[in-house]
Design a binder for this molecule. Structure first.
Ligand code: ZN
Length: 248
């Protein structure tokens, strides 16, 4: 199976469309979505409709989806994220809000090789940043490959059967393929489609080929200015548009 892996789209339709067109040339069969379809960006309804049309094999919720769906308050967010969350909640159609409300929490087992989570396999809202977080998550993973998002930072790490940790990479890479040995454990963040934070403004996604036992993280240019203009025109905080061109 060749899975297209999408995470942290954040209502950025320009980035999502660029990724989908690039991914079509890579080739994939089914889609996995790691949460945060909405929040920050200006097109939550379009993004949800586009994702639904892909008929994903699995979609789990992110923290922004929970707030936009009204399942959680925006209190834990910083003031900019709060404003965006409130804007998103009122911009969503009732049908799309209901869709977000229906999304399940990770961790979610997809097949014999793959586990999905938004933050970490321990808690959907945890951030995996440091080595300690990485080891904890690898130990908690119940499949050889755990795919996660939430940090908007592409990353890969592995744990060998003798418990040796290898931080394969962390941060921007042009294109990176990681071979998956099924007796090892791996943690891979495909990066963020709609709001990269690794200093590279290009959209990030991954293709996970279970037959070839390899996952490739791919970067793709998209019309950043257009996405940024939409944010400003929508009346969302300007910083949310400006940060897209910095990839921060
Ligand atoms: Zn996110």
């Amino acid at each position: 199976m060749r899975y297209l892996v999408l995470s942290d789209i954040h209502a950025n339709i320009d980035a999502l469309d660029a990724v989908l067109s690039d991914a079509a040339s890579e080739g994939y069969e089914r889609v996995l979505v790691l949460g945060d379809l909405v929040g920050y960006g200006a097109e939550p309804n379009l993004v949800i409709e586009r994702v639904r049309a892909l008929e994903p094999a699995a979609v789990i919720r992110g923290n922004h989806d929970k707030v936009a769906a009204g399942l959680e308050s925006a209190e834990g967010f910083n003031p900019t994220a709060q404003r965006a969350a409130n804007w998103t909640r009122s911009a969503l159609t009732e049908q799309n809000r209901e869709y977000l409300r229906s999304l399940i929490a990770g961790p979610l087992v997809v097949d014999s090789l793959t586990l999905l989570c938004h933050g970490s396999p321990i808690d959907e809202d945890n951030y995996i940043f440091g080595e300690g977080d990485v080891v904890e998550a690898l130990m908690a993973s119940i499949r050889p490959l755990c795919l996660f998002g939430h940090t908007h930072m592409p990353m890969a790490a592995s744990l060998s059967p003798d418990r040796t940790l290898d931080l394969i990479f962390h941060g921007p890479r042009d294109r990176q393929t990681i071979a998956i040995q099924t007796t090892w454990r791996y943690l891979v963040n495909p990066g963020s489609v709609g709001q990269p934070r690794d200093g590279d403004p290009r959209a990030a996604y991954a293709v996970w080929d279970t037959d070839a036992a390899a996952i490739t993280i791919i970067r793709v240019e998209y019309p950043v200015v257009q996405a940024s203009d939409r944010i400003i025109e929508a009346g969302l905080p300007q910083i949310l548009g400006q940060r897209l061109s910095l990839g921060r």
